[in-house]
Each structure stands twice: as C-alpha cells, then as structure tokens.
Design a protein around this ligand. Sequence first.
Ligand code: DX5
Ligand code: ZN
Length: 258
Amino acid sequence: MKEIAEVVVVVKVTLVVNVLFIFLTSGLSDFRTKKTTFASMNHLIAPSILAADFANLQRDIELINESEGDWIHVDIMDGMFVPNISFGFPVVSAVKKHAKKDLDVHLMIVDPDRYLKAFKDAGAASITVHYEACPNLHRTVQYIKELGCRASVAVNPHTPVLLLEDIVADLDMVLIMSVNPGFGAQKFIHNTYKKLADIRALASEKNPGLYIEVDGGVDASNVKKLVEAGANVLVAGNSVFSAADQKGAIAGLKRLGA
Ligand code: DX5
Ligand code: ZN
C-alpha cells in the first residue's frame, strides 16, 4: 500500500515537472512575462519646465529634484515647426548642472538631426523628435541611439499612431501629443485616449517595454484615465507649476490624482 502511494507521488511530481518544462520552452511564459512587465510598469511623472519661472530656474529644478517627479521634461521650440520659441543649448546645459533627474528633451524643431549631438552634449537622457519633422525617421532614431540616448518619436494630435507600425520596435518611447505642440496650459484633446489604446495595442505586439508618454493638459482629473488607457510617462507643466503646492501636485499625479 505504502509502495503504491510512493509511485503515485513520483508520477505526480514527474507530471508537474513535465508541464513546467513545456510551459517554459513553449514561449508561453515569455509572452506572460512580457504582458506582466508592460501592465505593471509604474508610471513616471515628468514635470515640464516650460511652465517654470525662468528667472528662478535653479529654484524650480531643485524643487523637481526634491519631488516625486521622475524626469525633467525640456521643451525645445524653434518658431518654425511650432509657432513659438522656447530656449536653446545654454539653458539646457545650465538645467543639467543642477538636475538630479534625467532630462527628457522634446524637440519641436524642423530637421532635428542637425542638433541631436548638441542636445546629447547639453545633457539629454531621452531625445524626442516629431514624426512630422523627420523624412528619414529610421536614420534619425538610429542616430539618437548611437549617441546613447533613449530614442523617442512624438505624434501630433492629427497623426495616426499606426504610422509608427514599422518603427515602434526600434523605439524606447512614443510621445502622444494631447494638445497641439507649441504652448503650455492648453486644453486637453479627448481623442488622446483612443490614440493611447492604439499605441498600447501596437506596443503589446511589437515592443512591450515601450515607454508611452502623454504631453499636454495632464492634471489630477485625467491622470488615472490616461494611465488606464496605456500611458506610463505623464508630462505636466501648468498643473504642476501653477499649483500653490507644486511638490504636492507632483505627488498627486504620482498617486493618480487620488
Ligand atoms: C507643449 C509642450 C508641453 C507643455 C505641456 O507643446 O510639449 O510639454 O509643456 O504643458 P501643459 O502641461 O501646461 O499642457
Ligand atoms: Zn513637451
């Protein structure tokens, strides 16, 4: 009787080991891990210094250093790609001197290839170029990666996410513009939720570790819905810097507005 029980145990253990072996070698576990990584990625907050007080930039950078913010979003505008001019290399280098967090540089400029190395040298950890500004996007993306930066592509509100289908596997991040680029404190465009769902579906298939950033009109009222729709990096300018308690506003976004 005891012998039969022992045989039953051996058969059961063998069965479990076999099932585990098939699971691990079938690629199913890989699929599950990727799904988990994607779904459970903690969202990051990137306060945008476009809304900071430029006469007190060091103070505002230090505020972000001490906050729960993860990256510092740096908007570069050339008055050509967008109808506004922000600032250039000397300011980015000065920000870098005081920043304890990664500089997330968003280039709203025509022909960005001319300046990628200069922005890397000024301190960029991520460089975002616009789909609409890059006729040879694949080359541009490879160049950003060669420089050792995270490579990211932004799409304007009118640009379908599906146009990224053949480049998404090469990217570290996609930035979904939730306002028309060029200015802070604009009204959030609701079609962004649909675009986030589209890019999330594309990323699940082709690049599960992709950062999906949303930029424009992000505040405590929409942050949760944006993360649920697929965003995992939230840029926030006006909602942070116009708040009485700026570190509290960043912490609030980190807690999904709760
Ligand atoms: C807009 C910029 C944004 C801007 C967001 O063209 O790309 O990064 O700073 O600002 P808010 O959060 O104020 O909409
Ligand atoms: Zn931006």
